[in-house]
Write a protein that binds this ligand. Structure first.
Ligand code: NAP
Length: 320
């Protein structure tokens, strides 16, 4: 099969398209003939050595969609020909930048007929992360004000849809060219994150301060979050494993009591159940995943460069 691998850490040029043997499913695993995969920022961290992959050489790529083409021993719930999608979140392996992928059935769900492979293939991390933040950690409720930083990002644009979908009033931040699209996805107000008066702008758009905040850059925004949050707010942070900035001080919270949740989607319990539900939301049109660009396997280095260096709305997809 064709697969992209890296044999050493480095810049995107270490990604090489190679011909290797297709993997064979073990007990409880299926082999998937790939139709689409995602490019996540985390793929670039494994590539550049910020994170250590489980094996070297390593095939990057966390999320995927395709057709089951072989089932391993003890697999009863899937058969050859099933359309599936999933994510290797928490599995300790990656490997979706290839023509075939082997993964445990705990990492996948059946893909509803009406949902395109490409949409499902980029959905995993982008949908599971805000679900965990908003539903599991923040227990968000209808009518609450919710602030989501970085609304145009892969995770951010799904977070806006989930929070708005459950009836919260969503305030989000993004560059001006994305404001209309975020409003269409359900945002109540969108502000450019470079504004000097961002705190005042948010205050002027809400009847009461946000009681849920989702923050992907706490090293930059944690004090800001504390300043704009309602008393009793739930602030949920997800970030990367490597230290980007040193926290030297605890944030000042004034007279408020605040709840801080620090999470990683890697620890998602019952991933397959969540994927099944995400599949239904995609099927019903309740949720959509925006795709900003599609690459073939040979173009993965460019996709890795773009996801780190350029501003995009939604996700980048890889189609083998
Ligand atoms: N720990 C976990 O479980 C987990 C899970 C998923 C993601 N993550 C991490 O969370 C981050 C976001 O993931 P993603 O997939 O959504 O990445 P992404 O698609 O690259 O989105 C990044 C977002 O951050 C915005 N941004 C950049 N600089 C900003 C600033 N100064 N203030 C506010 N927003 C800013 C970007 O806006 P522009 O387009 O204007 O640059 C974009 O909206 C990444 O670092 C990723 O590695 C962690």
């Amino acid at each position: 099969m064709r697969a992209v691998r890296f044999h050493e850490h480095g810049d995107p040029d270490v990604l090489q398209l190679e011909e290797i043997e297709a993997p064979t499913p073990g007990v409880g695993e299926v082999r998937i003939e790939m139709r689409a995969a995602s490019v996540n920022p985390v793929d670039t961290y494994f590539r550049d050595g910020s994170y250590e992959p489980a094996t070297m050489p390593s095939i990057p790529g966390m999320d995927f969609a395709g057709i089951v083409d072989e089932v391993g021993p003890n697999v009863t719930e899937y058969e050859i020909g099933d359309r599936v999608f999933g994510s290797n979140l928490g599995a300790g392996t990656h490997g979706s930048a290839a023509e075939f992928l082997v993964t445990p059935t705990e990492q996948i769900a059946r893909l509803p007929e009406g949902v395109p492979f490409k949409t499902a293939g980029v959905a995993g991390v982008a949908a599971v992360t805000p679900w965990r933040a908003l539903i599991d950690h923040a227990s968000i409720e209808p009518g609450e004000y919710c602030l989501i930083h970085g609304g145009n990002g892969g995770v951010g644009h799904v977070g806006v849809q989930i929070a708005a979908g459950v009836g919260a009033r969503v305030i989000t931040t993004a560059a001006p060219q994305y404001h209309d699209r975020l409003t269409k996805l359900g945002a109540h107000a969108v502000f450019d994150y470079t504004r000097d008066d961002l705190e005042d702008a948010i205050a002027s758009a809400v009847e009461e301060p946000p009681s849920v905040i989702v923050d992907h850059m706490p090293e930059r925004y944690l004090q800001f979050d504390c300043d704009v949050a309602a008393h009793g707010a739930r602030i949920v942070c997800y970030r990367n494993r490597h230290r980007i900035a040193e926290f030297t001080d605890l944030p000042a919270v004034g007279g408020k009591e605040l709840q801080f949740n620090v999470m990683s989607a890697t620890n998602t319990p019952e991933l397959a159940t969540r994927l099944r539900r995400i599949g239904r939301l995609l099927e019903d049109g309740w949720l959509d995943i925006e795709i900003a660009g599609t690459y073939d396997l040979s173009e993965l280095p460019e996709a890795h460069r773009r996801v780190r260096e350029e501003s995009i709305f939604g996700k980048l997809a890889v189609v083998p």
